[in-house]
Design a protein around this ligand. Sequence first.
Ligand code: FAD
Length: 375
Amino acid sequence: YDKFINSVIEESAGVTFSEINDLNGQIRPEMVKVTHENFFRIFRLDLFKQCPFWSGTEGFCMHRSCAVDTIDDWKDLPAVWQPEALGAIENASPASQDNSKDYCEIDEVNEDTVYVDLVQNPERFTGYGGDQSFQIWKSIYSENCFNLGHDQCVEKNFYYKLISGMHASISTHLSNEYLDLKTKQYGPNLKQFMFRVGDFPDRIENIYLNYIIVLKALIKLESSGILDNLEFSDDEQFRSKEVELKDELRDIIKPSYHLGDDTAECLFDENSLFQSADAAEIKDEIKENFRNVSRIMDCVHCDRCRLWGKVQTTGYGTALKVLFDLQKGKDYGNSTYDISKVELIALVNTFDRLSRSVESIKNFKKMYDVAIKAE
Ligand code: FAD
């Protein structure tokens, strides 16, 4: 636990596993509170978009646990979402945001748009597996092939770790809420965890690395003043709630400032990436590849997995955008930095997923120690 996290660029590794565990212990209660807020628990997506890469409908997951319960009546949505939801019903295609320069593709608002309460639809074991999910993961990892011939470049290494960390975090959640067929209850399954994650130290490390990356994006959003300028909604009545929510987000990152003088800064130094002569090309390629990963989510046959896959690819895409495209010190003034409601919600929920994974890993470690003693 006292080992330093290899933060891709080795010289900048400034934090240990146990420091992150302690930090997460402080962050966790606030994180639970924020993700249960009406604003952060609702996610918008299109569950019916065609897979753009291959055809075939044979793969629908028919288990009940693969299903998503959507909010079907716009009147049941929190007020901040109602105008948009009503617009989507009355007008098939309200103006959509141009996100062609982003790291992920965000679903447009149209007649297939659904709104989902993430708390009511937890990420857990669904039974989705076999050739279908294997094919999806294989395609996701194949987006790690770069055309420019930078086979050994540090950015490629970073990209692989990001994907592997996302995969390992998903595996941790499904092992932590695994269906016990005897009791019909969901609960932690140590065997599943060890087989998918625990026996692979690099996978654990990649989860912690993703934790640092997404936390650093939240810190940058705050310290750059962007968070202050963000407007979550045009609704006047929502203004005071918005101020409260921004304070809650500040409370999440506050404990990281107490790690040490400038530990928050050296958690992960994004400025060490994209420094070579062909950095712009490499960055474009990473953007393109990660956008493809987000599009692959439309090929996931299990709706519940697709939902959480979209939340997390959008969350990581937003973190990359904040870390690599937001210029520190630049005055964004009133022309608010372009982060949509969906991106912010995804970013916060993705951090919650990682925070939950770190907490679960700690619990699995305890279960493991007990099991070893009992042998
Ligand atoms: P998989 O997890 O499918 O892995 C395939 C191969 O990838 C492994 O054999 C291994 O060689 C390699 N690998 C595994 N983990 C890593 C890693 N971290 N880093 C590098 N390589 C790795 N199932 C659920 O029950 N609930 C969910 O919410 C859920 N969400 C999903 C979301 C997405 C986007 C996808 C594609 C799948 C999801 N699944 C979910 C399915 C789940 O991820 C597994 O694919 C499934 O349980 C089958 O597991 P497996 O043991 O065959 O290995």
